[in-house]
Design a protein around this ligand. Structure first.
Ligand code: 4NP
Length: 152
C-alpha cells in the first residue's frame, strides 16, 4: 500500500509521520507491505530538510530520520498513492483543492484511525514536538494495524 503523508510545510508533522510509520512497519517485519512518503500542501519550505525539532524527537525515540527534502504534492500524486493523509482539516481541504475530486476516497486525516479523531497540533506554532509525536505514533500504530487487515 502506498501512503503519502501531507502537512502544510512538509518539515514538521508529515516527515515525522513518514519515518514513524516506516519504522513501525520495519519493526513489525511488514515493511514490504507499506511504501510511505511525505509532501507539503504549500511551497513555503520546498527543498528543506526536516525541522530540527522533528529530527530531535525522532532521535529521542530511536527512530531513524532520513534526508527527506520538502516537496509540494501534485495532482499526479492522487493516482500514484492509495491514501493521501493530512494532519488537520486545513491540510485536507488544501489537498482536495490540489487533487480536485476525491473519486476514490483516498484523502483522509491521520487521527481518523484513532478512537478520538482530532487535528494533529502543528509544532511549527506550538513548539511542542513531543505532543505531536505522541499523536503521530498513536495514529500510525492504528493505521499500520488497519493496513495489515487490508493487505493480508
Ligand atoms: P508542518 O509545519 O506543516 O508540520 O511542516 C509547518 C512548517 C512550516 C510552516 C508552517 C507549518 N511555514 O509557515 O513555513
Amino acid at each position: 500500500m502506498r501512503i503519502l503523508m501531507v502537512c502544510l510545510g512538509n518539515i514538521c508533522r508529515s516527515p515525522m509521520a513518514e519515518y514513524v510509520l516506516r519504522n513501525l512497519a520495519r519493526e513489525a517485519g511488514t515493511a514490504s507491505d507499506v511504501q510511505v512518503d511525505s509532501a507539503a500542501t504549500s511551497r513555503y519550505q520546498i527543498g528543506d530538510t526536516p525541522h530540527r525539532g522533528t529530527r530531535r524527537v525522532l532521535a529521542a525515540h530511536g527512530i531513524p530520520c532520513g534526508e527527506h527534502r520538502s516537496r509540494q504534492m501534485t495532482r499526479a500524486d492522487y493516482d500514484h498513492y492509495d491514501l493521501i493523509i493530512g494532519m488537520d482539516d486545513e491540510n485536507r481541504s488544501d489537498i482536495l483543492r490540489i487533487v480536485g475530486h476525491d473519486r476514490n476516497h483516498k484523502v483522509r486525516t491521520l487521527l481518523d484511525w484513532t478512537d478520538h479523531p482530532r487535528a494533529i497540533a502543528d509544532p511549527w506554532y506550538t513548539g511542542d514536538f513531543e505532543t505531536t509525536y505522541a499523536d503521530v505514533r498513536e495514529s500510525c500504530e492504528a493505521l499500520l494495524a488497519w493496513i495489515e487487515e487490508q493487505v493480508r
